[in-house]
Design a protein around this ligand. Structure first.
Ligand code: BTN
Length: 250
């Protein structure tokens, strides 16, 4: 993929900026990168704290010719790529909390927010926003148990560009694989190898009927397979539910 980096010191949200560029015709591979966000957004309407200079805030524009139904899997492709890129660059044990939070020893270091514009003619563009806690020296009391940064885990300042390069390089490779089959069949094994929830008890917060079981890994559509006490396996779709660990965040 041809990556063109567009940089600004401060934006409201790189996802919003990327959307604006996409609407104005920006090509696949255009990357919106900023040092700070004044209105960084997380999943489920949460805010994403975006202090100046310390971290990676970026949003990638894609124009995949795939069925809109399959676009949500791109979030998992990015989750896997960021985990592999960061893990290899820094030699840290980065894992994935399904569907796409990245954790080190159970604490979150990265979040991903994917947004799509589609019409009757299919997908117009997809924006994948990635926020990585790179150089935070500390976290507010209420987050300390659940969040960490690469600097805190590595014990030294981290070069932001090294992380950016590693993630984008891994994504280009994995994206090519995904586009070929329009599913995760070429990536599912690598994903399940670093899935933090694997073989752990999880609570599925299904809006209709919440239930508990053991997470066994994802299938080729990115659904999490959860095995209940009676052995029955349910495929859980990320768009509809979220999961919690029974005793911890994972
Ligand atoms: C989450 O875990 O809730 C997702 C967080 C996504 C944050 C990134 S930072 C870059 C991009 N711009 C945003 O406003 N959000 C995403």
């Amino acid at each position: 993929m041809n990556i063109e980096i567009c940089f600004r010191k401060e934006v409201s949200s790189t996802n919003d900026w990327a959307r604006q560029m996409a609407e104005e015709g920006a090509l696949e591979g255009t990357l919106a990168l900023a040092d700070a966000q004044t209105a960084g957004r997380g999943r489920r309407g949460r805010q994403w704290s975006s202090p100046d200079g310390e971290n990676v805030y970026m949003s990638l524009i894609l124009r995949p010719r795939i069925h809109p139904e399959n676009a949500a899997q791109l979030t998992l492709v990015m989750g896997l790529s960021a985990a592999q890129g960061i893990g290899e660059a820094l030699k840290l044990p980065v894992q994935i909390k399904w569907p796409n939070d990245l954790v080190i020893e159970g604490k979150k270091i990265c979040g991903i927010l994917t947004e799509m514009s589609a019409g009757q003619d299919g997908i117009r563009f997809v924006i994948i926003g990635v926020g990585i806690n790179v150089n935070n020296a500390s976290f507010p009391e209420e987050l300390r148990e659940r969040a960490t940064s690469l600097k805190l885990e590595k014990g030294e300042d981290i070069e932001k560009n090294q992380i950016l390069d590693a993630v984008i390089t891994a994504f280009s490779k994995n994206y090519d694989k995904f586009i070929k089959t329009e599913d995760l069949s070429g990536l599912v094994e690598e994903y399940n190898q670093i899935l933090a929830n694997k073989d752990r008890q999880v609570k599925v917060l299904d809006p209709k009927v919440p239930f508990e079981g053991v997470a066994r890994g994802i299938n080729t559509s990115g659904e999490l397979l959860v095995e209940r006490d009676d052995g029955k396996v349910t495929a859980v779709y990320a768009g509809e539910v979220s999961i919690r660990g029974i005793h911890s965040y994972i």
